[in-house]
Design a protein around this ligand. Structure first.
Ligand SMILES: Nc1ncnc2c1ncn2[C@@H]1O[C@H](COP(=O)(O)OP(=O)(O)OP(=O)(O)O)[C@@H](O)[C@H]1O
Length: 289
C-alpha cells in the first residue's frame, strides 16, 4: 500500500452547490498486499443518492474497498477523491463494552463523539439533540434507554444505523449489516437505509454476501473476484456469461420469483448449494447459502 493517493474533499450533507458532485471517485485505482492484487485499474464514480452493492467471495477485497473509502487503506496506484461526510454501519457483533451497562443512546452517542474527548456543557446539549434526532430517524426512541444486551439483533442494528446517521453523512458505508439478522429484520434495516438515501440523497455502498435483500434498491454492482472485477447494473453483472468469465469457471445465474440464484461459485456465500432443496425449488426464499 502507498500513502499518497487518498484525497478527502470537504463536502458535508448535499447542498444546492454540490448536489451533483460525486461523493467518491476512484481513478485507475490499484490495491495490493505484496503480490496479492485486490484490484487494478478500477474506475468508479459514486454519485449522490446512488446505491452500490459490493459483492464477491471471501477474501476478494470487499472490506478493503470500504477501508479505502474510510481512509484506512491507501491505494498503490491511481487516485481516490472522497467526501469527508461518511457514516459507517458495521456488521452486527457484540460491543467491547458490557452490553448490560451500555444503553442504546450511548451506542448512538459514540457516533457524535467520534474521536473527540472532554466535551463541555454546550457540547452535551448538542450531543443530546443529535442523538435524539438520529434515534427518531430510525424509530428507536422507545427503547433508547434500555440496556443493549436486552435488545433484539434487529433493534441493535437499527441503533447502529442511527449511530452512522449522527454525522449527517453524504456517503453511508455498510459492512454486511444484515449478517445474522432474520429475513424480517433484514428487510427493516435495508428499508431504513434506503429511506435515508431517498430523503437526504445519501449515497450507499453496501458490502454483502447476499444480493437479494438489496436487489430492488441497487443501481450498480461492484463484483470482486481474485483480483478481477466487474461494475455495472445488476442486469449487466449478475449474468451467467459475466460471472462465468469473472470466476473463470462455469457459473449459472437464474431468476426465481424475482430473486437471483447463483450456482457454481461454492466459495461465495451468496451462491446456492445445489443439494439444498430450499434453494433449488421455486417459490421459496432462494439465493443464499
Ligand atoms: N492490512 C492487510 N495486510 C495484509 N493483507 C490484508 C490486509 N487487509 C486485508 N488483507 C488481505 O486482503 C484480502 C482481502 O481481504 P478483505 O477483508 O478485504 O476481503 P473480504 O472480501 O472483505 O472478505 P470476507 O468476505 O471474508 O469478509 C485478504 O486476502 C486479506 O487477507
Amino acid at each position: 500500500m502507498a500513502h499518497t493517493d487518498h484525497m478527502p474533499h470537504s463536502a458535508g450533507a448535499p447542498s444546492a452547490g454540490d448536489a451533483g458532485r460525486p461523493v467518491a471517485t476512484f481513478s485507475h485505482a490499484r490495491l495490493a498486499f505484496g503480490s496479492r492484487v485486490l484490484w487494478d485499474d478500477l474506475d468508479l464514480t459514486i454519485s449522490p443518492g446512488e446505491f452500490i452493492a459490493v459483492l464477491g467471495p471471501n477474501g476478494s477485497g470487499k472490506t478493503s474497498f470500504l477501508r479505502c473509502l474510510l481512509g484506512q487503506y491507501h491505494l498503490d496506484a491511481g487516485h481516490l477523491d472522497v467526501t469527508h461526510a461518511i457514516g459507517y454501519i458495521p456488521q452486527q457483533h457484540a460491543e467491547d463494552a458490557d452490553p448490560m451497562a451500555l444503553r442504546g443512546r450511548d451506542l448512538v452517542g459514540f457516533g457524535v463523539d467520534g474521536s473527540r474527548w472532554g466535551i463541555g456543557l454546550r457540547g452535551r446539549s448538542r450531543r443530546k439533540r443529535l442523538v435524539d434526532a438520529a434515534l427518531a430517524e430510525v424509530g428507536a426512541t422507545a427503547y433508547a434507554d434500555a440496556p443493549l444486551g436486552l435488545l433484539s439483533g434487529g433493534e441493535q442494528q437499527r441503533l447502529r444505523v442511527a449511530q452512522a446517521l449522527t454525522t449527517d453523512p453524504s456517503l453511508l458505508l455498510c459492512d454486511e449489516p444484515l449478517a445474522s439478522l432474520d429475513l424480517t429484520n433484514q428487510r427493516l434495516v435495508v428499508e431504513l437505509i434506503d429511506e435515508r438515501r431517498r430523503r437526504a440523497n445519501t449515497a450507499v455502498v453496501f458490502v454483502t454476501h447476499e444480493i437479494n435483500p438489496v436487489l430492488p434498491f441497487v443501481d450498480k454492482v461492484l463484483y470482486l473476484v481474485g483480483g478481477q472485477f466487474r461494475i455495472g447494473t445488476p442486469d449487466e453483472v449478475m449474468t451467467t456469461a459475466t460471472l462465468s468469465e469473472l470466476y473463470g469457471s462455469e457459473i449459472e445465474v437464474v431468476r426465481v420469483n424475482g430473486r437471483l440464484v447463483v450456482i457454481g461459485c461454492e466459495d461465495a456465500h451468496h451462491c446456492v448449494d445445489e443439494t439444498d432443496p430450499l434453494a433449488t425449488h421455486p417459490g421459496v426464499e432462494a439465493g443464499h447459502a
